[in-house]
Write a protein that binds this ligand. Structure first.
Ligand SMILES: [Zn+2]
Length: 259
């Protein structure tokens, strides 16, 4: 059983810190800054054993240089070695390795960037997914490099994971995402409940994350483009029929970019 702690960085990033209760060993995911990690390690007398990188953007790798001393394992995608800090472990779709006694499985999820990967702790109870900038609560990452079709396929893969999977995105974007999602699907009770919940969480200055996949499936429009009401809204907006889910997804993503 792992303990996962959010370390806030920049304005709205989370560096997720993983530790085994009772052990001083820990790992972090996407340390865009070193300082929040160093401070936490010192305060709690922890030792950094490894770093997981989901993609190459500076707000995800900026702290690596200062953190990756000798003996710290640095894991990232083999396709992006040319734009990631020097990796000690290069991984790709289907790679499996151990983190703090748990098996981690790598999923390639292109869309936000082409070399974007997610880390799935499939045997953990509940399963944990560190998905970087691919899936956010009530939203998804922008398409900087990949196509809408690639991103849609990546998100659909994540939708197939067990419903109890805990989703750990890299940004606190939930409230802004819900404002847009409520325009797409105004009469969704699950979304209304999530809006109320996130307001309370943010007022209490607590993260809105992680979130369970089964909940996310009830209100995240980017996972729901096959829903008839959402599809109708997207077809109205596009002024054409959208027979394929991936095309409906592209319309939704473009709408969000303009909103
Ligand atoms: Zn990014």
């Amino acid at each position: 059983m792992l303990k996962v702690t959010p370390l806030p960085a920049f304005n709205d990033n989370y560096i997720w810190l993983l530790q085994q209760p009772g052990s001083s060993r820990c790992w972090v995911v996407d340390p865009g800054q070193a300082e929040p990690v160093q401070r936490y390690l010192a305060q709690h007398e922890l030792q950094l054993e490894g770093i997981l990188l989901t993609h190459h953007h500076p707000d995800h790798i900026g702290g690596v240089k200062a953190l990756a001393s000798e003996g710290v394992t640095l894991v990232g995608c083999v396709h992006d070695v040319y734009r990631l800090p020097p990796l000690s472990q290069q991984v790709a779709e289907g790679s499996r390795f151990q983190v703090l006694g748990e098996t981690v499985q790598v999923l390639e999820v292109p869309g936000h960037t082409l070399g974007h990967i997610a880390y799935l702790f499939a045997d953990h109870q509940p399963p944990l997914l560190f998905c970087g900038d691919t899936l956010f609560s009530a939203g998804c990452g922008r398409l900087f490099e990949g196509t809408a079709e690639q991103m849609h396929t990546s998100l659909q893969r994540l939708c197939q994971l067990p419903g109890e999977t805990q989703i750990y995105p890299a940004h606190e974007y939930t409230q802004a995402n819900l404002r847009f999602a409520a325009q797409v699907e105004p009469d969704n009770d699950a979304m209304t409940a999530r809006i109320t919940q996130t307001e309370a969480q943010r007022n209490a200055q607590t993260p809105t994350l992680p979130v369970r996949l089964s909940e996310e499936l009830t209100y995240n429009p980017f996972l729901r483009v096959s829903n008839p009401l959402i599809r109708q809204r997207l077809e109205q907006r596009a002024e054409m029929t959208l027979p394929e889910d991936s095309r409906a997804f592209a319309v939704l993503r473009a709408w969000k970019d303009e909103a």
